[in-house]
Design a binder for this molecule. Structure first.
Ligand SMILES: [Zn+2]
Length: 399
């Protein structure tokens, strides 16, 4: 048995230390930036400029400038004209050195604050030596605040869900896990194979595109690009767009589904993307990569397969349906295909996601996964665990 309060105190100290280390690394990163790689060079603006920027940003938000969308019409040569990744200019090795510094600092911080996670975790009967405990706690601190944040949320939720008193028995967790090969678990579709850790540019979005409330609407799209564009291509093309004041978009859809069924989170899910003007703030946007409009009268459409297959692959539809099903559980969105899960063309004068998109089939798969998951206790557990990930919900202080 572990004392909950003392465990949380230790965990909070570790969390605080990890934030300090993170801030320090961020500082090192900023001052080292001008020396490395011309392309990524960032000029640190004087303070009054920062104030001005913040004012501009506030005005932007009020004016709804961050709330946009684009044509989703791309001439054939838009994508695949340059390599999707930049050549390495020293950024990678710098990140490595900085991470090593982070671990070293973490170990120092563990000593400094006198926190030994394993000691607390085992209620004073830790099987490992104190110096090993400092080392491991330090590594955790140096790894950044996200893992500890997750651990804290996990522990607090357990605490809220547990009817028993002040003690926590972590061994119980192991027993509850499915044992492979026992055949206890029914063979339903039971995989929550959806990667998510904040998407692209999650740190840049820390103070921008903040939602006021959880999303209540899901809008689905096609990217209208060639089906063999990579995810990096899609992101690059979308972020090259500019808003009315000439600033590049920071983000786009909340998720993109590739032809092979790969799930690629893009805009953070607790932030709103740019995908459906007037609806961004309250919606999540998902896009199927490809061009599924076959009407030749519509510009940049795909009547003859010049953008690739004019219909999403089965793997793609199923993967998209799984993400949408997950969203309905995460944010309590009703599976209503007339009002809450809708194609882009329902709220805008556009073809997206195309006249050849298999609407019925897609909604069928969303229903299928929802029903399967609701029936599976293992799956419900996995969804509950997913809810504890960071970057999913707007915290009260952010609203
Ligand atoms: Zn669209």
């Amino acid at each position: 048995m572990v004392n909950y309060d003392s465990f949380m105190v230790t965990l909070s100290t570790v969390f605080g230390a990890s934030l300090l280390v993170e801030r320090f690394l961020e500082f090192i990163k900023n001052i080292s930036e001008p020396f490395i790689g011309g392309k990524h060079k960032r000029i640190i603006p004087p303070l009054k400029d920062v104030d001005r920027k913040i004012d501009e940003l506030k005005k932007d938000i009020e004016a709804g400038k961050q709330d946009g969308e684009w044509d989703e019409r791309y001439p054939l040569n838009t994508v695949l004209v340059e390599p999707a990744t930049d050549p390495d200019d020293g950024t990678v090795s710098r990140a490595f050195v900085i991470q090593l510094m982070g671990f070293a600092l973490g170990i120092v911080a563990a000593h400094l604050f006198g926190v030994r996670l394993f000691e607390t975790l085992t209620g004073g009967s830790s099987p490992i030596a104190p110096w090993e405990d400092f080392l491991l706690t330090g590594l955790l601190i140096g790894g950044g605040s996200a893992p500890i944040h997750m651990l804290m949320r996990f522990v607090t939720r357990r605490k809220m869900g547990a009817p028993s008193g002040n003690g926590m028995d972590f061994s119980e967790e192991k027993e509850n896990q499915e044992k492979p090969g026992t055949g206890e678990e029914p063979p339903v579709v039971d995989e929550l194979d959806i990667p998510y850790s904040g998407g692209v540019d999650r740190d840049k979005l820390e103070w921008r595109h903040v939602r006021k409330e959880n999303p209540t609407l899901i809008v689905y799209h096609h990217t209208a690009m060639k089906h063999n564009s990579t995810f990096e291509d899609v992101v690059r093309v979308i972020k090259s767009r500019k808003d009315s004041s000439g600033n590049h978009w920071i983000t786009g859809y909340n998720c993109v589904i590739m032809a092979d069924g790969a799930i690629k989170p893009f805009c953070r899910w607790d932030r709103y993307g740019n995908h459906a003007r007037g609806y961004n703030m309250k919606s999540l946007g998902i896009a199927f990569n490809g061009n599924f409009e076959t009407d030749p009268r519509i510009p940049n459409s795909n009547p003859d397969g010049r953008y690739g297959p004019s219909r999403p692959t089965e793997a793609q539809i199923k993967a998209g349906a799984r993400v949408v099903a997950l969203w309905t559980f995460l944010y309590d969105i009703a599976p209503d295909f007339d009002n809450t899960i809708i194609p882009h063309n329902k709220i805008a004068q556009k073809a997206c996601p195309g006249s050849n998109f298999p609407y019925e089939e897609f909604s069928g798969w969303v229903e299928f996964y929802r029903n399967q998951w609701e029936k599976s206790p293992g799956m419900i557990k996995r969804i509950e665990a997913f809810k504890m990930k960071p970057y999913l919900y707007v915290s009260k202080s952010e609203k």
